[in-house]
Ligand binder design. Sequence first.
Ligand SMILES: [Zn+2]
Ligand SMILES: [Zn+2]
Length: 145
Amino acid sequence: MGELFAPVLQSPLFKLVSQLCILFGIVFWFALTFWTVRDANRRGAMGWFWGLANLVFPVAGWVIYLVVRPPEFMDDARERELEIRAKEVALTRDFESCPACYKPVEKDFLICPYCMKKLRKGCIECGRALKLQWAVCPYCKTRQE
Ligand SMILES: [Zn+2]
Ligand SMILES: [Zn+2]
């Protein structure tokens, strides 16, 4: 078998191809290191540490990083947290529950659409939703009879 492949192994084309393979491997190695550092920094892990690990142990360092890296990007985590907080604020601002049936009602509902309980009264002047106990409309200053 060795005799059969000897001419192939010694041909200039084979040498060129194997050198290209090595070159490609090195480029890939550095690209992987660069990617690892950037990815680790975005996730709040130690980028320099993982970059070094991948340089010392090519590919193996990267595989270990993939296993132990934080599951999400810092930006994503922050964004999701803000989203949840915004939803909570929206919930407390725009919705309250009906005092009779506890179903969610919006703040400017005049009656509960579920149990028909009177929740608010419309201002006699501007028609905006006012609390039942308010004596004056805070929007147009009209006294409520
Ligand atoms: Zn109700
Ligand atoms: Zn009014």
